[in-house]
Design a protein around this ligand. Sequence first.
Ligand SMILES: *Cc1c(COP(=O)(O)O)cnc(C)c1O
Length: 445
Amino acid sequence: MFMKIMNEMEYYSLRGRAPGVDFREATIRGLAPDGGLYFPAEIPTLEEGLLENISSSSDQDIAFRAIRPFVGNAIPEGKLFEIVTETISFPFPLIMVNDSSYSLELFHGPTFAFKDVGARFMSRCLGYFVGAGEKEVTVLVATSGDTGGAVAQGFYGVEGVRVVILYPSGKVSSVQEKQLTTLGKNIHALEIDGSFDDCQRMVKQAFSDQELTSGMFLTSANSINVARWLPQQFYYLFAWKQWADRENPPVFCVPSGNFGNICAGLLAQRAGLPARHFIAACNANDVVTRFLAGGALEPGRTIATLSNAMDVGDPSNFSRILEMFGGQFHALKDQLSSFSIRDDETLDTIRQVWQDHHYLLDPHGAVAYAALQKYLVTDKGAKGIFLTTAHPVKFPDALEKAGVPEASQPAAMAGLLQREKYSTAMGPDYSLLKEYLQSMGITSR
Ligand SMILES: *Cc1c(COP(=O)(O)O)cnc(C)c1O
């Protein structure tokens, strides 16, 4: 292997009113100062040999080579390899469900959902970037459930970073609460006597409080961060590694909410991943489905559904997809279809797939499976991979409604439920949060 001198990858703001930055700066900032999402100035082609030798390459090697050009010189190669290895320390199996539909299981990580990949990668990058600094970084997040768990687990034990998570008391599931409150060390859980909106409001106020932010290095772990978005390309490559039919590349069907995951897949395709087509599987939140059917791009109000991690009325990553296709509607439609699946279809799908194939789907995976079946009748000869983004054990109520057996608990989850909860109770009042953050002190290291 030749050592190549990397060109520095630049990221520009999609709003075009902020200077370009490198990967380090984009990760630390999250959003550009003009409020735009960062986008890579160039989409590099997959390294020569990567696809040809993929079946005999390790996942670590594939992931490292895919992400390296996006990181550029911001992280030395040895360190980056270590970060990648820690990020994907669990399996990504491809399971055949019927003759033409395969499940890419993304839920074998610590919080049993695919967000573990992005959260683990970002936390380690951020840890590296602040490692040499004097001040500790405080990551502040509000969560309605899943994101908080992935972020907490992702940052657990990362030096130089402490995490403060606000969650609404009594409004997250018991598994989700344990994932937030039982870690300790650098993870601090605040149980807010209020709603998720209260938590969100308190966090926003903290970010705009200059007195507070001048005294401490405060950042967010938002899902639009490039360091959460880009590593999601990894498992599309792992899927291709496991795909037997080299002559007939798969259709990828992705359960979509904020459109970060599918956008990473399209990016991997642009870099060279063989893919026949992409499908955005949506629930009743169908802004993109309507847009691709020829309608206007009209963000709507968020509608609550069974696949609640996809309840997004205004998907922020869709602007990255439009950028990738230069706003060319027909080119986009050529690569991307979308279907909107109702809750009753979701439940029917869970029931049907259990009866016919003895495969247990969670509501998000069920939306994807259903959308893939709708697409396949229109494309003769196609076979597809649908991404299963969460473990069914996280959604016992939906399984019960569908009339299928309970999912058996992974060993790691049983242990979790027995651990003791540590959280600080707090009223829904910003001044209390500010006091708490200030009392943590500005620790110099
Ligand atoms: C976040 C999430 C999604 C949606 O992913 P996006 O990248 O926001 O489109 C789908 N399924 C599950 C289980 C999730 O947690």
